[in-house]
Design a protein around this ligand. Structure first.
Ligand code: ADP
Length: 253
């Protein structure tokens, strides 16, 4: 078993009287893609932002690569990659200039073109963020998580609103980032995506983890209970039709 890179124990978060996170515990292993799933308002973003050091917890313990959040938040900041908010993408700057700006803030020396190549945006080096398509914007946002060469990146709904081709393209990018040794924590509302990408998922509801395991094990457990999906008479679905007709290649460029 690989080493535990994130350990969350009995995490609590209250906003005034409202308890958004009610004592959750989980481990994330180095090199895995770990999904946080759950309905809107379940507490996913709150949990992520606490681990990212962007929000204060009310109680519990968080260790990131052995660093205690209460003692070493600044050390943790250095090893985690967080998607920067689009509002921080100064409208007057192009992609290379934005990367240089962020690299400066992180005190990192890096080649912007090499980073853009990694996310397949070399052709857009001179473009402004607002000129990008939805998929390109998401790829750039993922690139910004990599600027400080982090051990762990956090992706909050990276494929929301994308067309099927762009979504698949992003899956490949995320798998590629993991292949290079980065641990990925992702939230998504697309269960097909979680099933394809995630080694393990935690399902959160009402501030509590109600299930945690590999997608395959969770499905097997449900089937064990006698659950049966209404019989599918067709061997394909509409998404298969769409991809079959329009192909896998992305159209935005
Ligand atoms: P999710 O990411 O699963 O949609 P969030 O972590 O964003 O859930 O929110 C969990 C709950 O906490 C929600 O009920 C939300 O309204 C509440 N909440 C989130 N941020 C704040 C805040 N800054 N102040 C008050 N309540 C908040």
């Amino acid at each position: 078993m690989s080493k535990v890179i994130i350990q969350v124990k009995d995490l609590y978060k209250s906003y005034g009287d409202f308890e958004a996170v009610k004592g959750i515990s989980f481990d994330v292993y180095e090199g895995e893609i770990f999904g946080l799933l759950g309905p809107n308002g379940a507490g996913k973003s709150t949990t992520l932002e606490i681990i990212e050091t962007l929000r204060k917890k009310t109680g519990g313990q968080v260790l990131v690569d052995g660093l205690n959040l209460d003692i070493s938040p600044n050390e943790i900041k250095k090893i985690v990659g967080v998607q920067l908010q689009a509002s921080g993408f100064y409208p007057g700057l192009n992609l290379v200039e934005l990367i240089n700006l962020f690299a400066g803030l992180y005190n990192e020396d890096l080649d912007p073109m090499a980073l853009l190549e990694k996310v397949n945006l070399k052709d857009k080096a001179k473009a402004k963020f607002k000129e990008l398509s939805g998929g390109q914007k998401q790829r750039f946002s993922i690139a910004t998580t990599l600027i400080n060469k982090p051990k762990i990146i956090f992706l909050d709904e990276p494929t929301t609103g994308l067309d099927p081709q762009a979504r698949r393209n992003l899956w490949d990018l995320i798998l590629d980032i993991r292949k290079q040794g980065t641990t990925v924590i992702i939230t998504t509302h697309y269960m097909d995506e979680a099933e394809i990408l995630c080694d393990r998922v935690a399902i959160i509801d009402n501030g509590k983890i109600i299930a945690i395991d590999s997608p395959s094990k969770l499905i097997d457990d449900l089937v064990e209970t006698g659950f049966e999906r209404p019989v599918q008479v067709k061997k394909a679905n509409l998404e298969d039709v769409f991809i079959n007709l329009t192909g896998y290649s992305i159209r935005e460029d």
